[in-house]
Ligand binder design. Structure first.
Ligand SMILES: Cc1cc2nc3c(=O)[nH]c(=O)nc-3n(C[C@H](O)[C@H](O)[C@H](O)COP(=O)(O)OP(=O)(O)OC[C@H]3O[C@@H](n4cnc5c(N)ncnc54)[C@H](O)[C@@H]3O)c2cc1C
Ligand SMILES: *[C@@H]1O[C@H](CO)[C@@H](O)[C@H](O)[C@H]1NC(C)=O
Ligand SMILES: *[C@@H]1O[C@H](CO)[C@@H](O)[C@H](O)[C@H]1NC(C)=O
Ligand SMILES: *[C@@H]1O[C@H](CO)[C@@H](O)[C@H](O)[C@H]1NC(C)=O
Ligand SMILES: *[C@@H]1O[C@H](CO)[C@@H](O)[C@H](O)[C@H]1NC(C)=O
Ligand SMILES: *[C@@H]1O[C@H](CO)[C@@H](O)[C@H](O)[C@H]1NC(C)=O
Ligand SMILES: *[C@@H]1O[C@H](CO)[C@@H](O)[C@H](O)[C@H]1NC(C)=O
Length: 573
């Protein structure tokens, strides 16, 4: 068998490493503006609360206020600490460690100009460590009441706030220069329910479920669920958070074709609103907010302090793993065309999973819930058929069963502690990473065109991740069930293209109503309201306006963000 682990380590790293630079933030004017209500008050400005005011505030939240520094700080004079610096150096690329740093992002470049560049482990020790985008003060929240007090303090003082969970955001939205940080990582409770009923007393059938604190990460939750023989629909990376930006923007999974998007299966949220109120939202009460929090975007409507997800007996998984090496572009295109032609049938056969394309290589890691190995082999027969007609294409495949979703997850989600040698570097002036949800009709009517688009957009550095995470159960939910982009309901594949030549060919095969997954998209795309929220935008904007009339929760290209300048600090006049 080919080196699955190596390949996955590689792609996991590529995904992390390839995050777009915070260009709109860099371009934004950092000049101090008049701190009026038109603009937020930042830590660089005279309006910023005094030390005395911070000390008094700290006392109201039980001492949870942290004076934060970028994670690389101990490696720099005048605070150099050899022992601590050794720890920083050893852990620098470790996402578990990064997500546990109050001032850390998974991609260090989001710690910001002056932070990452002067404070990284590769910068000279004698270079002082700049604060970068790391908030000077961060609330290490452990209780909803701390968050409510923090929000009231921030609103009263007109501060900019930034909510951070794991720091996985592709656009660095969880860390904002000059803001007051609210960090939910320490909220780690996990509670299972045999018969969960939403608060509020409306008539709903009880469900098996799990309630997690806002800081719980998928790896932790999967393990706890698996110990009870259960599974939860969640992401493929162990350090992504369950209740933060993931579920609030939709949340796709290798279990989605089996059960739905994570947001489809969310039953309740505890949330602190912009008014500093603690609410329980579900299908019985505050239903508009409940709807928006299921796919309408993280960091927009309120701060989620816990989320309840449906659980179910863990399904066994049959894995279909194959790699394809083509000796010519023509053969690769022929293979991709065949794969795209098979896509609707693979979806109907219950497959989910991930297909990677890089150079002349195609690697697939597919899974099928509750399936049998012989059925799976039969379903993948098209592969050996293809090599009969294309003898120069080499396909290695293995079909194997594992007893649970957790076993599949562990196989598929090794996270690297160090970058592999020779990661591809992007050519200059190409989009960094784009997303499109490709509708099933594209595969039914013109699979060749989809393959052609992928070939046209490809250069030696391009990496595609074709996520087979739609179709099946995702398509069976009504588009109105949640705020997730309606395009999810017609889609089969979520294509992420890293370092493509252009975005046009993929747009051309995505149908007249383009859709992208905001969490993994190029946020700077034009027409972003339709692309990220589709026909749900207007309804989401009303909900945003109702629950956050003063725009306390701003993030770039989130719903309602166009009322603010791109740096999020001043209103658009
Ligand atoms: C390596 C990697 C793998 C990924 N795999 C998947 C995958 O398999 N499936 C998938 O769907 N996505 C995946 N993603 C995308 C991921 O879902 C998003 O990056 C998501 O926004 C991360 O949420 P977070 O809360 O962990 O991160 P953060 O960066 O901490 O937060 C992301 C956004 O949510 C806001 N937010 C965080 N916590 C809260 C809260 N409690 N209340 C309100 N707002 C909050 C933040 O302000 C920010 O805007 C992956 C990303 C990476 C980097
Ligand atoms: C693909 O499979 C072949 C045969 O098992 C193996 O030699 C090769 O290393 C694999 N390629 C990758 C990139 O893993
Ligand atoms: C907040 O209070 C705690 C407990 O008294 C203290 O340890 C911490 O340093 C304080 N934070 C700040 C920023 O002063
Ligand atoms: C670090 O900076 C000092 C002082 O500017 C300089 O003498 C030294 O050569 C630098 N070291 C490295 C490794 O660049
Ligand atoms: C945050 O709070 C938790 C819970 O009280 C504590 O265990 C942790 O050490 C704190 N983290 C930091 C960086 O202060
Ligand atoms: C899948 O398997 C699980 C565990 O055996 C079972 O509870 C469930 O009903 C099955 N689901 C389907 C759709 O077959
Ligand atoms: C594979 O080829 C066999 C024999 O030619 C044929 O019967 C079968 O339908 C083909 N299967 C697929 C999935 O193309």
């Amino acid at each position: 068998m080919w080196s699955l682990e190596g390949l996955l380590l590689f792609f996991a790293f590529v995904l992390v490493d390839a995050l777009p630079p915070p260009s709109h933030l860099e371009k934004a004017s950092l000049a101090a503006r008049a701190p009026t209500r038109e603009c937020r008050c930042l830590s660089s400005q005279p309006c910023w609360p005094s030390i005395k005011a911070w000390t008094a505030f700290n006392a109201t939240i039980d001492g949870a206020l942290i004076q934060a520094r970028p994670p690389g700080s101990p490696c720099h004079d005048p605070n150099y600490d050899a022992a601590q610096c050794d720890v920083v150096k050893a852990q620098w690329s470790n996402p578990y460690w990064r997500s546990a740093q109050p001032g850390g992002m998974i991609d260090a470049s989001f710690e910001g100009v002056g932070g990452e560049q002067t404070c990284g482990i590769y910068a000279n020790r004698t270079t002082p460590c700049g604060q970068g985008s790391v908030p000077v003060y961060i609330v290490n929240a452990t209780r909803a009441s701390d968050i409510a007090r923090t929000i009231r303090f921030a609103a009263h003082r007109n501060l900019r706030v930034a909510v951070k969970n794991t720091g996985h955001d592709f656009d660095g939205k969880s860390m904002v220069r000059g803001s007051l940080g609210i960090w939910v990582h320490s909220m780690k409770s996990i509670r299972f329910h045999d018969a969960f009923m939403p608060t509020g007393g409306c008539q709903v059938a009880p469900k098996t479920a799990v309630t997690v604190g806002a800081g719980v990460q998928w790896g932790e939750l999967y393990k706890a669920a698996d110990e009870k023989g259960l599974a939860v629909v969640g992401g493929q990376n162990p350090t992504v958070g369950a209740a933060g930006g993931y579920v609030q923007t939709g949340g796709h999974s290798a279990l989605s074709p089996f059960k739905g998007l994570a947001s489809d299966l969310a039953l309740e949220f505890q949330v602190v609103t912009a008014a500093g109120k603690e609410l329980t939202v579900n299908q019985c009460q505050h239903t508009d907010l409940f709807w928006a929090l299921r796919g309408g975007g993280g960091g927009t409507y309120g701060i989620v302090t816990s989320a309840t997800f449906t659980t179910f007996p863990t399904p066994s998984q049959v894995l279909g793993i194959f790699n394809v090496t083509a000796s010519s572009e023509k053969d690769q295109e022929a293979f991709l065309a065949e794969l795209m032609r098979q896509m609707p049938r693979l979806s109907d056969d219950g497959w989910a999973g991930y297909i990677y394309v890089l150079g002349d290589f195609v690697g697939a890691f597919l899974n099928r819930a509750n399936g049998s190995v012989p059925d799976a082999q039969q379903s993948l027969r098209f592969l050996s058929n293809f090599t009969q007609t294309h003898p120069l294409v080499k396909i290695d495949q293995v079909v194997v069963g594992v007893p649970s979703f957790y076993e599949f997850f562990k196989l598929a989600s090794n996270t690297p502690s160090a970058p592999p040698e020779g990661s591809p570097k992007p050519p200059p002036d190409v989009p960094v990473s784009i997303s499109r949800l490709i509708p099933r009709t594209a595969f039914d009517t013109s699979p060749d065109r989809v393959a052609k688009a992928l070939m046209e957009m490809k250069n030696p550095a391009t990496v595609y991740v074709l996520h087979l995470v739609a179709g099946g159960a995702v398509a069976r939910f009504a588009a109105s069930h949640t705020a997730a982009h309606p395009g999810w309901r017609d889609a089969l594949l979520h294509v992420v293209a890293i370092f493509p030549n252009s975005r046009q060919p993929l747009s051309d095969v995505s149908g007249p109503r383009q859709a992208a997954y905001f969490n993994e998209a190029d946020a700077s795309e034009p027409n972003w309201r339709d692309l990220f929220w589709g026909a749900h935008y207007e309804r989401l904007l009303k909900i945003k306006t109702r629950w956050d009339p003063n725009g306390l929760f701003y993030c770039f290209r989130c719903v309602g963000s166009d009322r603010w300048q791109d740096d999020g600090n001043c209103r658009v006049r």
